[in-house]
Design a binder for this molecule. Structure first.
Ligand code: ATP
Length: 423
């Protein structure tokens, strides 16, 4: 299954290995013309849901490199580490918690690992021109940018607790064993909400449950099959250094149940580490708020949505993506490629539709092949211009999943499509 998804992603321009012409680089990926479209759709939908549709969340776009003190205070310099074991035979290193059955996944030797050692996964960078250069870090999570701006946001906007700060952006981790395609990358994008609440156990429980359900529902509403999702509470020993409780939303991937998004109760860990407080505008009381975090991965979501939407039918492969996520929304074809009047009319219809979203024009090969080519990338609608179009200004609109066709007049076409595409 993974081979098929990886091949489709490459062949159709969703995802390529980074710097592939030089042999690639482990844990880095590039998103092609369809991949970037997919990710942009996903991020737009998330932002709309988390920011525009709510009254209690504002946005932020913080820098990737911050003063390194941020990472000392946040505990990442001392604790953002995975336990690592090395195979004494082939010297490959693996995360101790991801090794099953004491067998080296690389060379197959049994029981020949070193004792686990801590390995910090922050990525270092060096800034400036004079030696010694200033050491800094590429952010290991986008979250810290929110905490260090907490006071700025409280002072410059009208937010009052409970409120949230949403952010989407790149994070970097020097993962020991990148793999499972984009699932574990070294550069990836996160979409996160930090939701600040009163420091109270009941409030904590309430908002933690609320965000768990909210985030689960979001994935289901966007088309992930519910049977492929589950919650998994973290055991005490696996919680990150900042977490009071943590639950993962997991997806049943071809390589096993895997973390999709983390819901974390971070308590007052971060704000207290940065010496930040909040003054209640009504009571004037000063305190350190607690925070509930929802932390999803854009790349993992892209991968899991592709896997979940992938179907092989007798004669075609189809991605049954939600129309809001589909990279190409509409494809326009002339019925026959060699009839100039059909091609000309099809181009006019294409020009009429295009502009608001990615629209494709295709006049290669036969019409059946063109349909299948669009099915494989999840295009929800194909519009065909045929001889009847020339007579009565109507076109056929074919829906991807049912393959049903409907005749629609050209003057209604744009509204018809927008309605179906939920735009
Ligand atoms: P894992 O246990 O898989 O390493 P994590 O618990 O360290 O993940 P978090 O720190 O909770 O992950 O990060 C929040 C989200 O960021 C994850 O749910 C995931 O979607 C995404 N993410 C984390 N690490 C990676 C990675 N290496 N590659 C791609 N996405 C990632």
């Amino acid at each position: 299954m993974m081979e098929k998804i990886i091949a489709l992603a490459k062949r159709r321009g969703f995802i390529y290995p980074s710097s592939e012409i030089y042999g690639g680089i482990a844990g880095f990926w590039d998103y092609g013309p369809l991949g970037v479209e997919f990710k942009n759709n996903l991020k737009k939908i998330w932002w709309k849901h988390m920011v525009y549709e709510r009254d209690d969340v504002v946005g932020l776009d913080a820098s990737i490199i911050m003063n390194p003190i941020v990472w000392e205070r946040s505990g990442h310099v001392s604790s953002f580490a995975d336990l690592l074991v090395e195979c004494k035979n082939c010297h490959h290193r693996f995360r101790a918690d991801k090794i099953e059955k004491e067998t080296c996944p690389n060379c197959g030797q049994k029981n020949n690992f070193t004792q686990p050692k801590k390995f910090n996964i922050l990525t270092e960078v060096y800034l400036g021109v004079t030696e010694p250069k200033q050491k800094a870090y590429l952010r290991g999570e986008i979250t810290q940018g929110v905490f260090v701006n907490f006071k700025n946001i409280v002072d410059s906007s009208r937010v009052k607790i409970p409120f949230g700060i949403a952010q989407i952006g790149k994070a970097f981790r020097n993962e020991i064993t990148p793999g499972n395609f984009t699932f574990r990358s070294r550069e990836f994008e996160q979409m996160e909400l930090e939701f600040f609440i009163y420091p109270d156990d009941k409030e904590g429980d309430k908002w933690f449950s609320y965000w768990k359900e909210e985030r689960f529902k979001w994935y289901v509403d966007l088309g992930i099959k519910e049977k492929n999702l589950r919650f998994r509470d973290h055991e005490h020993h696996e919680r990150a250094h900042y977490a009071r409780f943590a639950t993962d939303i997991e997806y049943q991937a071809p390589f096993g149940w895997s973390e999709f998004e983390g819901i974390h109760h971070r308590g007052d860990w971060d704000l207290s580490r940065h010496n930040l407080t909040y003054k209640d505008p009504n009571t004037k009381e000063e305190f350190i708020p607690w925070v509930i975090e929802t932390s999803g991965g854009v790349d993992r979501a892209t991968l899991f949505f592709l896997i979940d939407a992938y179907y092989e039918e007798e004669e075609r492969v189809v991605l049954r993506l939600d129309p809001r996520l589909a990279p190409v929304k509409v494809a326009v074809f002339p019925l026959l490629a060699n009839k100039e009047n059909l091609v000309e009319k099809a181009k006019k219809v294409y020009n009429l539709i295009k502009g608001e979203y990615l629209t494709a024009f295709d006049d290669r090969g036969n019409i059946g092949k063109r349909y299948f080519s669009q099915d494989e990338i999840g295009t929800p609608f194909c519009v065909t211009i045929d001889f009847q179009t020339l007579a009565d200004e109507t076109v056929t609109v074919r829906e991807r999943d049912s393959k049903k066709q409907e005749r629609v007049s050209i003057d209604r076409l744009k509204d018809y499509l927008n309605q179906k595409l939920l735009i």
